[in-house]
Design a protein. Sequence first.
Length: 449
Amino acid sequence: MHIAMIYDAVYPFVIGGAEKRHHAVARDLCREHRVSIYGYRYWTDDRRGCIPGCEYVALGTPLDLYGSGGRRRCVEAVVFAVRLFFSLLRAREDLWDLVNFPFFSVPVARLVSVLRGRVLIVTWHEFWGDYWYEYLGWRGIIGKMVERFALKCSPRIVVSSEHTRRRLCAAGYDGARITVVPCGLAFDEIAAVAPAPEGTDLVYVGRLAPHKRVDLLLEALKLLRDAGREVTLSVVGEGPERDRLEKRAADLGIREHVTFTGALHPDAAVYARLKASRVFVSGSEREGFGIAAIEAWACGIPTIVTSAPGNATAELVDCDCKGRVVIPTAPAIALACGELLDTTSELTSNTLVSMAARFDWPLIAARLRQVYADALEAAHGASLPGREGKSPAVAPAVRRVDRFNQERREDGLDAQHDERPPEDPVPRRRDRERLRPAGKNGHGDRRAN
């Protein structure tokens, strides 16, 4: 298979759950298949941070994703959709996996997929529905209409949680065309990290945005300390709310007990901070999955999340061992923090680590690989390498993969990550990223191809 994974933001240049999922899945899939990553050109010519063996398709110079208020910019979404249209007209992948957000790119990809006979899967991490009115006020009606149109333009859907699947079905989408594939984590990488030298009792990891409600955590910490508990908190992440949150902590008189670390790099630094803490806590009102929560389990600490209607993470915490689900108020969060700080044991930590193992990225990538194979077979009446019934519609792609796998076996390259199948024999003009010598400034040519 030749798979395209499409999103405007590219990990590790932009940090987020959807970005991390794309990166991790692509890293595993490129061991056996060709993978192209579409997005704004955040990388430089030395491709530092890129996945060896993956092809990166530049969709122009990056635009600011968020406005001053922490909301996604509509202009960026439109520009990305236009650039994607022209790029997909020249694309040669067998299957496109597109993140639903920003929504304008979905009808564009659907149109081109029909014109060019490509298989399209749209990954929906969230469905907002009436939340648009809270997000944009009266203009939310426009966002809601665009989201509904994007849903109608999604021929097949992958979601990361049952929560999102139910919301899509409630919006009228056919549940038979939805497959649930959760997000994951780098289990072995996390296991190899040692705790940071200094830690805190509570820790939050995520973007500092209004809907994350980090202010509730500060207020909960204030209540705990007023009750005589010497509790401390780490806030790991960046975002438009940071200045306001630091000021809020000072106003509450707890600034010296809160550590704002900013964004930590690499990921191992985040895992070390989690392992040096005792409880992960989040006041978020809206999550499509909640990778930070399962990463906390892999680090041996329980989680506290809220029961807000848009928070899919609450469904992950399905037993007391994993943590607590509370109403989104400071007193409720403070009470749960006190309980877990008093009851968490080494046995609990070991159990959490075992539970997290089932979210290992290779397992998630294998499930997605099957989804892709089934979609190609359903669309073209053909199977992938090793099966019967290969139709002319996908025979060239199948032959390329067969030849690639045979060559890898002969050369003993099965364990290599930086090999990929040979190019198509037909010459093609594509907007592909090419390695060029660095420019005079040492950073290379940052223009879009």
